[in-house]
Design a protein around this ligand. Structure first.
Ligand SMILES: [Ca+2]
Ligand SMILES: [Ca+2]
Length: 294
């Protein structure tokens, strides 16, 4: 009995300080992709199947700005765009089985540009992962915000995420990291969610981490069922930028994405059987080898 207690304590201690291998679902630095605008769905193999969502020629694989390592994906909205016009670029993904690796991470570098930093119209762009049970369900996403009543060179660039508060996703998380970021500078964002626990895990921006385990993941409204539902099946990555002009203030805006990675893992080191659960099956495996060879 005494040995049993000791074994349990060793396992629990171990699982809190280690993590399992990552399952990578998509990763690109865009460097080997063909230059130029993305193509209509399903896209071109030369551009690793990135395709435009709603309108052509407002996005491109490019290497003309100061890119820290080769090519990057650029999305653009014009000062001549109608308000609420948007540029969307997508990349489909074979839906992964998250049951054995429910902690999902989306990482990317971004470089934000606006033609008029003194203008107060809104700058708004997003990077997210979407999927089923019906197309368009948000699995995880973060936005980059500026302007909206304050000059963009005063507010600078701010990371934002939504959470489900029991009613809707309309009240953003009050973040402390990723706020007041410089324009025309590369920044790194790492967003981690726990799909099984239905909560965020953390947000890391330029090395600063904020824990977000108290926040439920966003829902999407199912108009047929008239209820909010949580997406379960990842099927594409999506980048978007919006033209949000004011009558008095307009701007051409760009976002550049690079070094994009989507992966997941099981956080339970004591899961020896590989099902991302720790139960008697794992204990039996552990006990069977306890003190073997000693
Ligand atoms: Ca690159
Ligand atoms: Ca197990």
């Amino acid at each position: 009995m005494k040995r049993y207690v000791i074994v349990i304590s060793v396992v629990v201690f171990h699982c809190c300080f280690t993590s399992a291998e990552n399952a990578v679902y998509y990763a690109t630095n865009f460097d080997d992709l063909a230059l130029g605008p993305t193509q209509h769905h399903p896209g071109s193999e030369t551009q690793d199947w990135w395709f435009y969502g709603v309108r052509p020629d407002f996005d491109e694989i490019q290497d003309e700005i100061v890119v820290k390592c080769g090519r990057a994906l650029r999305l653009h909205v014009s000062i001549d765009d109608d308000p609420f016009e948007q540029t969307i670029v997508k990349r489909e993904i074979a839906p992964p089985d998250l049951s054995r690796s429910p902690v999902v991470t989306l990482e990317a570098d971004f470089y934000a540009v606006t033609s008029d930093q003194e203008a107060v119209n809104e700058y708004y762009t997003t990077l997210g992962v979407f999927g089923g049970p019906h197309p368009g369900y948000c699995i995880m996403e973060f936005g980059l915000f500026s302007g909206n009543g304050t000059a963009k060179n005063v507010r600078n660039v701010n990371v934002g995420i939504a959470y489900f508060n029991g009613v809707d996703n309309n009240v953003p998380v009050a973040l402390t990291v990723g706020q007041g970021l410089a324009w025309e500078t590369w920044h790194h964002v790492k967003l981690v969610i726990d799909q099984r626990a239905d909560c965020y895990v953390s947000l890391t921006v330029n090395g600063d981490t904020e824990l977000l385990g108290d926040y439920a993941l966003p829902r999407s409204f199912d108009w047929d069922a008239q209820e909010w539902k949580r997406g379960q099946l990842i099927d594409h990555i999506q980048a978007c930028i919006h033209a949000l002009h004011w009558d008095t203030d307009k701007s051409s805006d760009d976002i550049y994405w690079d070094n994009l990675t989507l992966y997941s893992h099981c956080p339970l080191k004591a899961d020896l059987s590989g099902d991302c659960k720790v139960d008697m099956e794992d204990f039996a495996l552990f006990a069977a080898e306890w003190l073997m060879g000693t």
